[in-house]
Design a protein around this ligand. Structure first.
Ligand code: G6P
Length: 611
């Protein structure tokens, strides 16, 4: 939550910072601001609301600031203090000698504020960040170099943060540090960059340095120097990112959500590539984990990643006969969990920086569990906490609501289930290879689903015109898919939506059903299809407008549903991926029909770096 950027170098600081913030806006969009430094003073510009408001304020400066060469920027997801100009970052300390941008939370800010007020410091915002600005300013105004001042201030802070600062006394220098919030340095020629995430800088560089917890980095146009908290210099190897700059551009699409839904075949292809051969043999040797002793699995995750975990549980238990618990990370972290060194903890996180998921990993480590991270973000915090990592190769996901990362997470868990079953000897090799060959068809089947649904969502979306709420139903593997469909719809359309096990629906949610509560039913296959159909008939009998998700040739779908959304026939292992596509498209169209911004739903942020 919140995105920070920094730049030192050429006379293009404003351009670089604004572009970087544009690619970080998914992290929060309550306000945005810049602090620029040239000569002896720092100039700040801050605006409430979306980045475009800041863009207008910058344009109104008529080029006055465009030549500046040093600066920091911020896009905010409000934690302490409502979205307002005063609470926007950068926060300025002392007599304007220091400006600070911050992502995270300073948990002990109240006592630090009291201490500062006691020394006569006047506060102009309600933010926790302002204490940092004043603490820094006190030291800088007493003559300490900015880097040393930041090192000293870090020792006083509790919580999670990534912070960047400039000082009026040190032109051409940006310093930054982090603790439990992400920060990367981008390396350029005669210019250097800082950002919360690599996607902010893909238009500028592919070469990055990670900053570790507790380190302080000092960036100038010619150098990047990293120091420990004791002031010792640190040698750090750069890493290359192979994502394309176009991956973070809209291209032919009107929004990132639609673009990313359509990128699912490619995300699946890239994620499976090198891990599944033509005969269906899985190779996950990259994770270098001994799975033979694993007798229990705990999946920890939040949001969409949790739903991927629920799908993984089904397949792992069926094939590998290892019990799987799927835990909401924010609950798990404060539980008294059961586990030992034979417990494999699978932490799923697109961003790799979700605070609750990271804390749940910490909880699991306390009982000796081995941690496998499934993440889309190379070098993210979770990759450094985990014993092993399986990267999803979905490419950068910009839309706050996750789509292609979900597909890639499901594919990785499918691979894990097949591999675990092989190691455990719980399924015949032939069966595993056959499932593996089925899994190889994931890109093709998801592409076929997209093609089949092209231009077909309108009637289903139309049923939501007067909707008060909606109910997503499924059984077996269709149940997690229903949960994901409900989450997608509620998070971007703001229509209250529940995902429910179809058989359980009669124990409560059926009371919601009327003409203004569309029911979206994933019919599924086999015996569960028959059972689901009966449940859906029960809702139709009570006036529900049913949208049935079913195979093209499923005659019952047309009978029970006001609208049928057809999906192609697909092997069992691929069905959840195929069912999810119409649910994503439906959520998208319902929200856009309401004139909503699907990429930036209200109150949400893509990376949740607070508890
Ligand atoms: C937020 C996002 C969701 C995401 C969840 C977990 O709520 O809006 O799209 O599923 O965080 O994020 P992670 O990065 O850990 O997968």
């Amino acid at each position: 939550m919140c995105g920070i950027v920094g730049y030192v170098g050429k006379e293009r600081c404003v351009e670089v910072l604004m572009q970087g913030l544009g690619h970080l806006e998914y992290r929060g969009y309550d306000s945005a601001g810049l602090a620029l430094h040239e000569g002896s003073a720092i100039e700040s510009i801050r605006e409430v609301g979306r980045l475009e408001n800041l863009g207008r304020a910058v344009a109104a400066q008529n080029g006055h600031i465009s030549h500046m060469r040093t600066g920091i920027g911020h896009t905010r997801w409000a934690t302490h203090g409502r979205p307002s100009q005063e609470n926007a970052h950068p926060q300025v300390g002392g007599d304007g000698s220091v400006a600070v941008v911050h992502n995270g939370i300073i948990e002990n800010f109240a006592e630090l504020k009291e201490e500062l007020v006691g020394r006569g410091v006047r506060f102009s915002s309600e933010t926790d960040t302002e204490v940092m600005a004043h603490l820094l300013a006190e030291k800088v105004e007493a003559g300490e170099p900015l880097r040393e001042a930041l090192t000293a201030v870090l020792g006083r802070l509790e919580g999670s943060f990534a912070v960047a600062a400039v000082s009026a006394r040190e032109p051409g220098v940006v310093v930054a540090a982090r603790h439990q919030s992400p920060l990367v340095v981008g390396l350029g020629e005669g210019e250097n960059f800082l950002a919360s995430a690599v996607q902010a800088l893909l238009g500028e560089t592919r070469e990055f340095l990670v900053v570790e917890n507790g380190e302080v980095v000092e960036v100038t146009e010619a150098s990047v120097r990293i120091f420990t908290q004791d002031g010792e210099p640190v040698e750090r190897e750069p890493f290359e990112v192979d994502w394309d700059a176009e991956a973070v551009e809209l291209g032919i699409y009107e929004d990132f959500m639609m673009k990313e839904i359509h990128e699912q075949p490619e995300a699946l292809r890239a994620t499976l590539s090198g891990r599944l051969d033509a005969d269906g043999r899985v190779d996950l040797s990259e994770m270098d984990l001994d799975l033979a002793g694993v007798d229990r699995i705990v999946v920890v995750a939040c949001g969409t990643a949790l739903h991927a975990g629920l799908l993984g549980k089904g397949l792992i238990e069926r094939l590998a006969r290892v019990p799987v618990e799927v835990a909401v990370a924010s609950e798990y972290r404060y539980s008294d969990p059961i586990g030992d060194e034979n417990t494999l903890v699978v932490a799923i996180s697109q961003s790799g920086e979700t605070t609750d998921t990271l804390a749940a990993v910490g909880t699991a480590k306390a009982f000796g569990g081995k941690v496998l991270a499934v993440t889309n973000t190379r070098g993210s915090l979770i990759t450094r906490e985990a014993d092993a990592v399986l990267l999803t190769q979905a490419g950068p996901e910009i839309c706050v609501a996750s789509t292609k990362a979900f597909a890639a997470q499901v594919a990785v868990l499918d691979l894990l289930a097949l591999d675990l079953a092989r190691v455990k000897g719980t399924a015949e090799e032939d069966e595993l290879h056959s499932l593996g060959r089925d899994l190889r068809r994931a890109p093709e089947k998801v592409a076929a689903t997209l093609a089949l649904l092209e231009g077909k969502i309108g009637d289903a979306a139309g049923l939501f015109e007067d909707a008060r709420c909606s109910l997503f139903l499924g059984r077996g593997p269709a149940f997690p898919a229903a949960l994901e469909g409900a989450l997608k719809l509620k998070e971007i359309s703001y229509i209250p939506s529940e995902g429910y096990a179809a058989g359980e629906m009669k124990h409560g949610p059926i009371a919601l059903v009327d003409e203004q509560c569309p029911v979206i039913a994933i019919l599924g296959e086999g015996v569960l299809r028959e059972k689901t159909l009966s449940n859906v008939e029960e809702t139709a009998a009570r006036g529900a407008n049913v949208i049935a998700i079913a195979r093209e040739d499923d005659a019952a779908a047309a009978r029970v549903g006001r609208v049928a959304l057809s999906v192609p026939d697909a092997p069992e292992i691929l069905r959840p991926l195929v069912w999810t596509v119409p649910l994503q498209l439906l959520a998208h169209d319902v929200a856009t029909d309401r004139g909503l911004d699907v990429d930036k739903p209200r109150n949400l942020a893509k990376s949740v770096t607070v508890e």
